[in-house]
Design a protein. Structure first.
Length: 961
């Protein structure tokens, strides 16, 4: 209820900034500027400058359930020396291998594990960041360890090989990620005189001793040259007061030495005429078809209040009648188009990019797509830069800032320090949302520079011509100059297109009133209970100050997904209705309303956002949904998209491939991809239309509404929807599940689609019901993940992706182990798993009470903390909503199980699951595709299955109630 007073309290908070805080010490100075924050934000912010020159943002949040800290230094891969490429990244790794005050390697991570925390680091082209989360009471000690690691690292050469391997494994794994692959292709096609043209990540070959160039000397030099407090920024976020946080910052970050280091500015352009007007043909790791047009732009971070690039991107992505986006989709050339800029990636320069997701037709007629884009850019230029559009953008951004949906976690503080590197600290919170300096000249001059001659065209598809392999990521590509004739052809084609600029958005909310005045309950109530219609409703408990709601319409039906053909029909229909409603959902999204569909025992439609236009928009959507009649051409487009999606599921990372069968056996009935692939071709338009009709008509409707609506408003909306779609079903279908009731040992194995191997192993014991097994496996995962990681990754260096985590099979939970390796085969990995398993039981049984209770409390704290966004609040009800538990008790029951769980019970659960294997055990093995011999584990008595569906058939089933 406090939040309803925001307008008043906003003023009060502002006043407190002028009240002098007692800054008793001289080790820091408050930075005078007020940190511009959202009017709904109850947190207190203060930026200080430490005596060593480092700027630190302090955030005091009375409700913080965990503390966060981050540090960034404005040096990254662009500063790598030519002789040791990847050195910035390697330095990031080596810093955490022991420091003066805490000489043990990983003393930070060991400490954090004991205090419910974790940490990570990231290296970008222009900065390196370190960040952590930890229990509130352990904040100071955690930050002290981080500061000592950054300020006084031992840089012990004896760990160099271990970390070279870790860097190498990380970059090898990235071979299947298109973002990383394209990063390397981009580097190889930039101006060779710009440092951004070099390989950035590092590997065993670039990071090593060379004649006259020792890696260790290079590391020490790099560290001493750049790791200076004057180049650093930090964030400390906690439940403590600002003066306490300032003291912590001063005692920790304040000790880092300042030697007034300088990062030499980069003055060469990232792109010269030789690297413009080119076509980059690129073969992606995942099959997809895309046109991407990139332009080098000067770093305009300082002009963030003008939102110059946002203005242009906004018009490019905007969809109303006859805009570029509308035309491309109506012509069947594209599924979507968007644009955006990052001004900082090359430090002195950045990138403005336009991305088009192409259909088969769009790929074949890509010249028309390119022509339309430049036609539209000319239109924006010739019609003049318009203040109305800028005002609309400013309005939308201001709403986003006023009602943010932000999770304050490690990613958030990483983002904060990154933003501090880019903009003045007083605007660190609002810089992405602030648009109050309309600069038509800047927009004009940007538009003038977006010409075909200056563009770099990426054509991305599995069948692109290629004559080169990008270094280390092994990505095939080819670079050609755009022939003069092609520029002329685009100009001619431009003449054949006639486009319009967007209309102003009708869905931006004006009415932000709050309708619920009473104390909000903590769970939804069943307010309509009729045959075939349930409505569950609650005002938001945690976000009662936000004029937003989250609405789910679940059309449940047993017939909707029970055959392979219907599963294909679901996918095709989902694509086709997505195309039909793209304009509506685009405009709604600008107005802060999102739509999504998902298959949950039928069709589930979700809408969330500002309530002003939400009920009307949802009614309109539901009314139009059954009326969509796609064209034959659109159906072909949908089929091509569906086949591409099937193919890309088969092209995942090795660890994803290993996990797939374990996830898919719970999806009942599972149809193999090959089976669905064969069905696609023969499906007719009539079948799709009939299927869509039955999806709604034959369903029973269950509705969940959370947020800023009253019960009568909800009932009125539901009546309205019911009158339009008239669902006739009477049964709330809740799916069925496989049952584990006896020991069963199974194996699946395959060759992967990349050079890495992976092994997944899952263990689900019998004799534990759903709620108990959820609680047990959650705590087990929490405790053994760091052990598994430390043994198999840190000590044995078997791979980079190393996980132990809870995993359900049907509705019974167990524990899963997963590892991806770039050097070892599954057979060897399994041997190492087997050596690890008995150690776990011993450690579990020998653990001191205090340690066990600390783990338990850490998990409970996490589960009991307040949701950080309305989506998270609603998410806590979704499982019970899906299963028809209108008392919403599952979460509380699991918490009670964990509260009562003893060390012996947990060790016994582990023993039964993993050691004596009383239930379901499964190995899923993936062998790298470049191995000459594929070595799979073959434990005796285990049965090997060739498909997930044949394995699924061996389980008994039960219908969920
Ligand atoms: Zn790394």
């Amino acid at each position: 209820m406090l939040k309803q007073l925001t307008r008043v309290s906003g003023l009060l908070l502002l006043l407190t900034f002028w009240a002098p805080v007692v800054w008793s010490a001289t080790d820091w100075q408050p930075i005078a500027e007020t940190i511009h924050k959202s009017q709904n934000d109850p947190r207190q912010y203060q930026a200080i400058k430490l005596s060593n020159g480092m700027t630190v943002l302090l955030v005091s949040d009375a409700n913080a359930s965990k503390s966060l800290a981050a540090l960034a230094v404005s040096v990254g891969s662009l500063q790598d020396p030519d002789g040791q490429l990847g050195l910035a990244h390697f330095t990031e790794h080596m810093l955490l291998m022991g420091s003066k005050k805490y000489p043990k390697p990983e003393s930070l991570s060991e400490f954090l594990k004991m205090h419910g925390g974790s940490h990570n680091g990231s290296t970008a082209s222009y900065r390196t960041a370190f960040y952590l989360e930890v229990e509130n009471d352990a904040l100071k000690e955690a930050v002290d360890r981080l500061a000592d690691a950054v300020g006084e690292p031992l840089l012990d050469a004896s760990y160099a090989d271990k970390e070279r391997n870790a860097v190498n494994a990380e970059l090898t794994m990235a071979r299947s990620r298109d973002g990383m692959r394209m990063g390397q292709v981009r580097a190889e096609t930039l101006n060779p005189a710009h440092p951004g043209s070099r390989y950035a990540g590092g590997n065993l070959d670039t990071l090593k001793d060379k004649p006259g160039n020792s890696l260790h000397d290079a590391l020490v030099n790099f560290y001493h040259r750049y790791y200076s407090a004057n180049l650093m920024v930090g964030v400390i976020y906690s439940n403590k007061s600002l003066p306490e946080l300032a003291q912590i910052a001063s005692d920790t970050f304040g000790k880092i030495a300042n030697h007034n280091a300088v990062v030499p500015p980069i003055t060469v352009p990232s792109v010269t005429p030789a690297q413009q007007g080119i076509i980059i043909h690129y073969v992606p790791a995942e099959p997809r078809k895309q046109l991407r047009i990139e332009f080098a732009i000067d770093n305009n971070s300082a002009a963030f209040r003008s939102k110059t690039d946002t203005y242009i991107s906004y018009l490019i992505g905007n969809r109303s009648k006859n805009t570029l986006s509308d035309w491309l989709q109506k012509e069947g050339l594209a599924d979507g188009i968007n644009a955006g800029a990052d001004p900082m990636v090359q430090r002195n320069q950045g990138i403005f990019a336009i991305s088009v997701s192409l259909t088969d037709k769009g790929l074949a007629e890509k010249d028309r797509v390119i022509a339309a884009i430049f036609n539209y850019l000319s239109l924006i230029r010739s019609q003049g830069v318009k203040k109305e559009y800028f005002d609309e953008i400013a309005h939308v951004l201001a709403l986003d800032f006023r009602y943010p949906a932000v999770t304050r976690d490690m990613d958030y503080v990483e983002w904060l320090v990154d933003t501090m590197v880019r903009v003045p600290v007083d605007h660190v919170l609002d810089s992405p949302y602030l648009a109050d300096q309309f600069d038509p000249q800047a927009i004009d001059s940007r538009l003038d520079s977006l010409t075909p001659e200056k563009a770099r065209f990426w054509i991305i598809s599995p069948n692109e011509p290629h004559n080169k392999m990008a270094y280390f990521v092994d990505a095939p590509y080819e670079v050609d100059k755009v022939p003069a004739a092609e520029f002329t052809q685009w100009q001619q084609l431009e003449g054949q297109v006639s486009l319009s600029l967007p209309m102003l958005n009708p869905y931006i909310p004006e009415n932000l009133d709050l309708v619920n005045k009473s104390n909000a309950p903590v769970k939804p109530a069943l307010i309509v209970n009729k045959k075939g219609l349930h409505v569950l409703y609650m005002p938001s408990h945690d976000f009662s100050g936000e004029p937003k709601a989250d609405i789910t319409l679940a059309f449940r039906s047993e017939q909707s997904l029970n055959t392979a053909k219907k599963q294909v029909l679901y996918g095709l229909n989902d694509y086709l209705t997505g195309v039909a409603f793209d304009q509506l959902s685009y405009q709604a999204s600008i107005g802060g309303i999102g739509f999504a569909t998902s298959p949950d025992n039928g069709l589930e439609l979700n809408a969330n956002g500002f309530t002003n236009h939400l009920p009307d928009l949802l009614s309109e959507l539901v009314e139009e949904y059954p009326k969509v009649v796609p064209t034959p051409e659109q159906l072909e487009q949908a089929k091509s998209w569906y086949l591409e999606r099937l193919a890309s599921a088969d092209k995942g990372k090795a660890f994803e491939l290993a996990l797939q069968p374990i996830q898919l056996i719970s999806r009942l009935p599972y149809s193999e991809r090959e089976v669905r692939e064969k069905l696609v071709k023969s499906i007719t338009l009539k079948e799709v239309v009939d299927y869509r009709k039955s999806l709604l008509d034959d369903a029973a409707l269950e509705v969940l509404v959370v947020g800023n609506m009253t019960a009568p408003q909800v009932e009125k909306m539901v009546n309205n929807i019911e009158a339009k779609v008239k669902p006739r079903g009477t049964q709330f279908w809740r799916g069925s599940r496989i049952i584990i009731d006896r020991p069963k040992k199974v194996n699946m194995q395959r060759v992967g689609t990349s050079t890495d191997s992976a092994l997944a192993a899952v263990y689900v014991p019998v004799g534990y019901d759903e709620v108990r097994s959820m609680g047990y496996s959650a705590l087990l995962g929490q405790i053994i993940q760091p052990w598994f990681y430390s043994q198999l990754r840190t000590q044995e260096q078997l791979g980079y992706a190393v996980f132990a985590f809870p995993m359900p099979v049907g509705k019974q939970w167990g524990i899963s182990f997963l590892l991806q390796s770039n050097s070892k085969q599954p057979k060897y990995l399994y041997e190492r798993y087997l050596a690890f398993y008995p150690q776990v039981e011993k450690r579990l049984r020998d653990m001191k009470d205090a340690e066990f209770n600390q783990y338990k409390q850490g998990l409970l704290n996490e589960m009991l903390q307040n949701p950080q966004t309305m989506t998270e609040e609603v998410g806590r009800f979704s499982e019970d909503f899906s299963r028809g538990n209108d008392k919403f008790t599952t979460r509380a029951k699991v918490i009670a199980v964990i509260q009562g769980l003893t060390q012996k019970q947990l060790a016994d659960f582990y023993h039964q699951a993993v050691i004596s294997q009383t239930g379901f055990t499964m190995l899923s093995q993936v062998s790298g595709n470049d191995s000459k011999v594929h070595e799979y584990a073959a434990p005796s008595g285990w049965k090997t299955y060739s498909t997930t569906s044949s394995l699924q058939k061996t389980f008994p089933h039960q219908v969920n109630k």
